[in-house]
Design a protein. Structure first.
Length: 81
């Protein structure tokens, strides 16, 4: 269950996570105050953290892929998915 996983990774009681979850949307600051996220940052900070977690050097070149991938011209005009 999602709540149990979040509780385990955040070292919180499931009831504590459930009390702030329930499909609510929080600002970054609110989510941080509720221990739902590790920190607030930007894409560069997220990439640095991901590199560190993957054991890569800080200056390692990585490729960022945005999803969903854009459709090609023909697919877009013909409605192919």
């Amino acid at each position: 269950m999602w709540v149990d996983n979040i509780a385990r990774f955040r070292k919180l009681a499931p009831a504590e996570v459930d009390s702030v979850a329930r499909g609510r949307v929080w600002t970054g600051r609110q989510a941080l105050d509720r221990k739902l996220i590790d920190g607030i940052g930007n894409l560069d900070a997220a990439l640095a953290a991901a590199k560190e977690a993957a054991g890569l050097e800080a200056d390692a070149k990585v490729t960022v892929v945005h999803y969903p991938l854009p459709e090609g011209f023909l697919a877009s005009i013909l409605g192919w998915r």
